[in-house]
Design a protein around this ligand. Structure first.
Ligand code: HEC
Length: 156
């Protein structure tokens, strides 16, 4: 069999795979979907913490949820707000405001604040059974949500 004919399709497939692998992460739709999903995860875990504070308190549940928020904040917020993703559709139209890109430094600081306050919440919940202290730290976490949404997310 002609060797060239058998290797060419393979080579093309490899090249196509390489191009796709390089393009996939920068497609605006994929980035917007990913960040909307990331914030759903953040919101779900924030709700779990609130339910614990308001209802039957389970320290481990709070620590786990706070750690997830901290991890998502540090891994997913910055890299998913790349230039070119100010408009477009993920699961639905993006709600980001253009200022998030114009003030990228402050936006990054608010994202870091979410991570830092959530990590601190995990620490507080792990070191005390004083519900008031946990509640106060949780309020610091949700203040970072509001600060960022007030300036960088369109109202519903
Ligand atoms: C650094 C800024 C920032 C912080 C901090 C932040 N958010 Fe957001 N959030 C956004 C932006 C911007 C969007 C819009 C994303 C989009 O549509 O592309 C958003 C979207 C959301 C959404 C909608 C997700 C969807 O389905 O489209 C929820 C829910 C949410 N945030 C909850 C929270 C909660 C809860 C916190 C705090 C625990 C928080 N966010 C902290 C900036 C932030």
């Amino acid at each position: 069999m002609n060797k060239r004919l058998t290797t060419l399709p393979l080579l093309l497939a490899v090249l196509a795979g390489t191009v796709m692998a390089q393009q996939a992460p920068t497609k605006p739709e994929a980035l917007i979907k990913a960040r909307q999903s990331a914030f759903q995860v953040v919101a779900w875990n924030s709700g779990r913490i609130k339910a614990n504070i308001d209802g039957q308190y389970n320290k481990d549940d709070v620590i786990k949820a706070a750690n997830v928020i901290a991890a998502v904040a540090s891994s997913s917020v910055g890299p998913l707000f790349q230039p070119g993703t100010d408009k477009g559709k993920g699961w639905h139209d993006t709600a980001v405001l253009p200022d998030a890109f114009a003030d990228s430094y402050r936006f990054g600081q608010l994202s870091n604040a979410l991570g830092t306050e959530a990590a601190e919440l995990a620490k507080v919940a792990g070191s005390t059974d004083d519900l008031a202290a946990v509640k106060a730290q949780y309020a610091k976490v949700t203040r970072t949500c509001k600060a960022c949404h007030d300036d960088y997310r369109a109202k519903d």
